[in-house]
Design a protein around this ligand. Structure first.
Ligand code: NAD
Length: 492
């Protein structure tokens, strides 16, 4: 299958005349070809998006008209959910069952932002001067460049585009070069729904070519990015030069904190799902298990027993618990971190090498891996692996748990397992993260804001807050006075 770029309502070939192979990480076979878009293609897409903002049906469409369009998109995605889910699995090797679940969440997102389109309001402000009418207007920020990672491409494209379109912006999406097909399929669905030309564009290609060109483009008003902190920092720097607005959803090294008073069955299941689900390729991975010393040994033994039973294999198969690592560089990175952990003195008590056996194909599987004797200063406790590697760290008291949990550059999420409501409340306040999960992990709702503190990012996606990421507030003062001011040289 050979794809084309989606620019100004048309599927067109890239200026480079080149395509990038898209490989199924489970079979190791090339299954699609993705256009290698470059700066020229990025410029075309931005021009189309700029023109669509300035004139034509999108520029004059009412807020309720935008809502109706987004609702149609929700229905269209629902009709095509199975098709999109299967493409995601082919591109990133995540479980079909998980991708089907994600499609349901994506349909909710489109409906949610459809409903918000006509609820974007300014306010009448009761300013001091009686002869002044003062109010605020919420205006679309302009052309949005949305750069996304490979682990959940349609989800990320939707999390960014749905609120941006609800706000009246236009969008150019640059998906990961490792998993671009599903975003181009999404573009086809939006086209079929009658979204005006230029409102939603997709430029695929390499990050340093198509991606960088979008970030540098003077007519892009806002960059919204999901990916690694290294790329995020580069984008932030570049965007600052032209004062672009920026939202960054970056990585994590999240603590999953288990107290001795927890429901340990639930905690063990939560810890396993939090690090071995999606083969650990989640920004929210609970990659540091902080466990109270009094239960550490028994709880660790329980985790090892559970993790040993994880079935690796074909992500399309319902019996599989985890698929392959999505990309060759990521696979190598996971193995490198396992070597780093060993060299630092951490003790590997499960896994620690490439997985083999029946159902394993494609050469990109890593065994579920558990390290104990980890100190929080080690690289394996501080740096994001983005793979199925758990580091176990013991703690004595609640204060220790909080200080070790927060002693990391990231601040995306934290899990807390306790039966004490007072402790749950204290930890919810104390953790320096964007999301706290108490007695649960990986809970998601399109209505709840999501984003990171510290090195995990800037801004929030999902919920009402996401729409505000795509709006500028304008203040308007209208004088109703019939006489000129007595003294024009003082502020009124
Ligand atoms: P990445 O940073 O390598 O790439 C992300 C996107 O940026 C891709 O589309 C890529 O082509 C593009 N890009 C790369 N270099 C660029 C440049 N110089 N200019 C502009 N664009 C550029 O990330 P990845 O490997 O695709 O994804 C994994 C990372 O994403 C992990 O660190 C993970 O934690 C993070 N992530 C975060 C969240 C979140 O919501 N916080 C969710 C999922 C993944």
């Amino acid at each position: 299958m050979r794809y084309n770029l989606f620019i100004d309502g048309n599927f067109i070939e890239p200026e480079s005349g080149e395509w990038i192979d898209s490989t199924d990480p489970y079979t190791g076979e090339v299954w699609a070809q993705i256009p290698r878009g470059d700066a020229g293609d990025a410029a075309k897409a931005v021009l189309a998006a700029k023109q669509a903002m300035a004139s034509g049906p999108w520029a004059t469409m009412s807020a309720s008209g935008r809502g109706a369009l987004l609702r149609r998109i929700a229905d269209k995605v629902a009709e095509n959910a199975e098709h999109l889910a299967r493409i995601e699995v082919k591109d990133n090797g995540k479980l079909l069952a998980e991708m089907r679940g994600q499609m349901k969440a994506i349909v909710h997102q489109w409906h949610y932002y459809a409903g918000l389109s006509d609820k974007i309001e300014g306010a009448l402000i009761p300013v001091e001067n009686a002869d002044t009418l003062a109010f605020t207007m919420r205006e679309p920020i302009g052309v949005v460049a949305a750069l996304t990672a490979w682990n959940s491409p349609v989800m990320f494209a939707t999390m960014k585009s749905a609120p941006a379109l609800a706000a009246g912006c236009t969008v150019v999406v640059k998906p990961s070069e490792f998993a671009s097909a599903s975003t181009l399929e999404l573009a086809r669905l939006l086209q079929e729904c009658g979204l005006p030309d230029g409102v939603f564009n997709v430029v695929t290609g390499l990050g340093q070519e198509a991606g960088a060109a979008l970030v540098e483009h003077p007519d892009v008003a806002k960059v919204t990015f999901t990916g690694s902190d290294v790329t995020g920092a580069r984008i932030y720097e570049t965007a600052a030069r032209s004062m672009k607005r920026v939202s960054l959803e970056l990585g994590g090294k999240s603590p999953n904190i288990v107290f001795e008073d927890a429901n340990l069955d639930a905690a063990a299941a939560g810890v396993i799902a939090g690090i071995f689900g999606a083969a650990g390729q989640m920004c929210i991975a609970g990659s540091r298990l902080l466990v109270q010393n009094s239960i550490k040994e028994a709880f660790t033994a329980r985790l090892v027993a559970m993790a040993s039973r994880i079935r690796l294999g074909d992500p399309m198969c319902p019996e599989t618990n985890a698929g392959p690592i999505a990309t060759p560089p990521q696979y190598q990175k996971v193995l490198d971190y396992i070597a780093v952990a060993r060299s630092e003195g951490a003790r590997c008590i499960l896994g620690g090498k490439p997985a083999e056996g029946p159902g394993i194909r494609g050469g990109q599987f890593v065994e579920p891996t558990i390290f104990t004797d980890v100190r929080n200063t080690m690289r394996i406790a501080q740096e994001e692996v983005f793979g199925p590697v758990l580091s176990i760290i013991g703690f004595e008291s609640e204060d220790d748990a909080v200080s070790i949990g927060n002693d990391v550059a990231y601040g995306l999420v934290a899990g807390v397992w306790t039966e004490s409501i007072a402790r749950a409340a204290r930890l919810s306040k104390a953790m320096k993260v964007g999301t706290v999960w108490v007695n649960t992990y990986r809970s998601y709702s399109h209505m709840m804001p999501f984003g990171g503190m510290k090195k995990s990012g800037i801004g929030r996606e999902s919920g009402i807050e996401a729409v505000h990421e795509y709006l500028e507030t304008k203040s308007v003062f209208i004088s109703t006075a019939s006489l000129a001011p007595e003294n024009p040289f003082v502020m009124r």
